[in-house]
Write a protein of this length. Structure first.
Length: 445
C-alpha cells in the first residue's frame, strides 16, 4: 500500500508533520539504493532541481545529503522547471532525477518528485520499493564510495536550447506576455521565448522564496488578462510554480484552457502528419466539447483516470504523440517525457505563426459545454460512490442529458469527498443536475 507517494510524488507542508528534512534524506537515499540495486554497473548519478520557494533550499540540502550518503553522485541544477529536470536526466545520462516542488500549491507546501533513467516518472512498483526501503541499512558507503556533488551552471541554457530546437518555426512577429507565477519559469520561460524570436513581456518573474503562486500564475489568470490587453499582446501564457503546465489567454483577454490547447495542437499535429494514429489522450475531466470537436476533426480521443501519470502511461503503452489534462498539463512524447508548460506554449505559438491565425481563431475549433463541479463531504467516499441510490440517480441524470451532456462522479484521491461533475447544453441545466446529484450523494453518506 502507498503511504507517501501520490499521483505526483510526495507532497505536504514543508517542515511539517510529513515533509521533513529527515524524510527527504530517507526518500532520496532509498531511491539511490533501489536504482543501484537495479543496475550495479556504475555509481548512480542523480539530477536535483527545485522551484524557488524558501523551503526548497532546506530540502535540496537534505536530498543531496541522502543521495550522497547512499553512494550516488548529485548534480545540482538549481531553480529550474520540472520538465527541465526530466530533460537533463536524459541529457546527462543520469539514473535519477529529483525535483523539489509543490507545483501550483501555496508557498508553505513543498514536494519531492522522482524521475528514472531517460527522464520518465518512476513506475508504481519502483515507488513502492522506495517506500519500503526508507530505513537505512546497517552498513553505508564510506571513504571514496560516498557520493560527490557538482553543479551544472548552464542548466537553464541547455534546457532552453532543447525547447528552441523543438519549435518548428521562428516566433518572430508575436508579442507574448508570460506570467511566471514567481516560480521556476521566471528565468527559463522569458529566455526561451525570446531565443525563439518572440517579443516577450514577463510578469510575476521576481521570486523571493515567499511569493510563488501568490495570486498569480495559472491558478489566478486575472493579472495576465489585464497585462495582455494593456500591452497589446497577441497572447498570454500562464505557468504554475514548477512550469509543467500552461494555460493561455487570447488577445482580448479570454481564457484558453488545457482542453482548447490540446485541440489546437492535435489539429496542428494531424495536419503535419505527427499525430500518431490520429489519436489524442486526455483524462475523464476533459470537457465534452473536446470529444465533440475531435470527433468532427476525425481524431480519436482516448480517456484515462485523473492525473498526468495515467495520461503518460497510456501514451507510452500506445505509442501516441499527444496527451494532457484540462488543467494545462500537456505531454508531447516526441520532445519530452513529462508535461512541459514551456514546450506547450512554444508549440502553440508556432501554430499561430505558421497559420497566420489568432489564438482565438485557432481555439474556436472547440466549444466548451457549461461544466459544474460540486465537492460533497462524506464519511466514506468509496461506500457512497458505490451506493445503489447514487448509481440510480446518476443513471437518471445521464438518461435525461442523453448525448447533449455528461455526468462524472468520482471519489477524491486525497480527501473524504465525492466529486460530482455535470456538463450540459446550458449552465442552468448543469447547475440543477449537479445540485440534485449532490443531494443524493450527501444523503447516502
Amino acid at each position: 500500500m502507498r503511504r507517501l507517494f501520490g499521483t505526483d510524488g510526495v507532497r505536504g507542508l514543508a517542515n511539517g508533520e510529513l515533509l521533513t528534512p529527515e524524510l527527504a534524506v530517507a526518500v532520496s537515499a532509498s531511491a539511490a539504493r533501489v536504482l543501484a540495486a537495479h543496475d550495479r554497473s556504475h555509481r548512480p548519478v542523480a539530477v536535483v532541481g527545485r522551484d524557488p520557494r524558501a523551503s526548497g533550499e532546506m530540502l535540496e540540502a537534505a536530498v543531496v545529503a541522502g543521495l550522497t550518503s547512499a553512494g550516488a553522485d548529485a548534480v545540482r541544477v538549481g531553480v529550474v522547471p520540472t520538465p527541465a529536470v526530466a530533460h537533463l536526466v536524459a541529457e546527462q545520462g543520469a539514473d535519477l532525477g529529483v525535483m523539489i516542488s509543490a507545483s501550483h500549491n501555496p508557498m508553505p507546501d513543498n514536494g519531492i518528485k522522482l524521475f528514472g533513467a531517460g527522464g520518465h516518472k518512476l513506475p508504481d512498483e519502483v515507488e513502492l520499493e522506495v517506500e519500503a526501503g526508507l530505513t537505512p541499512p546497517a552498513t553505508r558507503p564510506t571513504g571514496a564510495a560516498v557520493g560527490r556533488v557538482r553543479d551544472l551552471p548552464d542548466a537553464i541554457a541547455r534546457y532552453g536550447a532543447h525547447l528552441v530546437a523543438a519549435t518548428p518555426v521562428s516566433l518572430a512577429g508575436l508579442r507574448v506576455v508570460v506570467d511566471c507565477a514567481h516560480g521556476a519559469a521566471s528565468v527559463a520561460a522569458p529566455e526561451a521565448y525570446a531565443k525563439a524570436g518572440a517579443d516577450v513581456v514577463a510578469i510575476n518573474a521576481a521570486p523571493d522564496g515567499l511569493n510563488i503562486n501568490d495570486g498569480v500564475g495559472s491558478t489566478h489568470l486575472g493579472p495576465l488578462r489585464e497585462a495582455v490587453v494593456a500591452h497589446g499582446a497577441d497572447l498570454g501564457i500562464a505557468h504554475d510554480g514548477d512550469a509543467d503546465r500552461c494555460l493561455a489567454v487570447d488577445a482580448r483577454g479570454n481564457d484558453v484552457d488545457g482542453d482548447h490547447i490540446m485541440a489546437v495542437l492535435a489539429v496542428a499535429m494531424r495536419d503535419a502528419g505527427e499525430l500518431v494514429d490520429d489519436t489524442l489522450v486526455a483524462t475523464v475531466m476533459s470537457n465534452l466539447g473536446l470529444h465533440l470537436a475531435m470527433r468532427a476533426q476525425g481524431i480519436t480521443l482516448r480517456t484515462t483516470g485523473v492525473g498526468d501519470r495515467y495520461v503518460l502511461e497510456d501514451l507510452r503503452a500506445g505509442g501516441y504523440s499527444l496527451g494532457g489534462e484540462q488543467s494545462g498539463h500537456v505531454v508531447l512524447p516526441g520532445h519530452a517525457t513529462t508535461g512541459d508548460g514551456l514546450l506547450t506554449a512554444m508549440r502553440l505559438m508556432a501554430r499561430m505563426v505558421s497559420t497566420g491565425s489568432s489564438l482565438a481563431e485557432l481555439a474556436g475549433v472547440m466549444t466548451s459545454l457549461p461544466q459544474v463541479l460540486v465537492n460533497v463531504p462524506v464519511g466514506d467516499k468509496a461506500m457512497v460512490a458505490a451506493s445503489g441510490s447514487v448509481r440510480d440517480a446518476v443513471a437518471r441524470a445521464e438518461a435525461a442529458l442523453g448525448d447533449t451532456g455528461r455526468v462524472l462522479l468520482r471519489p477524491s484521491g486525497t480527501e473524504q469527498l465525492v466529486r460530482v461533475m455535470v456538463e450540459a447544453p446550458t449552465a442552468d441545466t448543469a447547475e440543477r443536475t449537479a445540485a440534485a446529484l449532490a443531494e443524493v450523494v450527501a444523503a447516502a453518506s
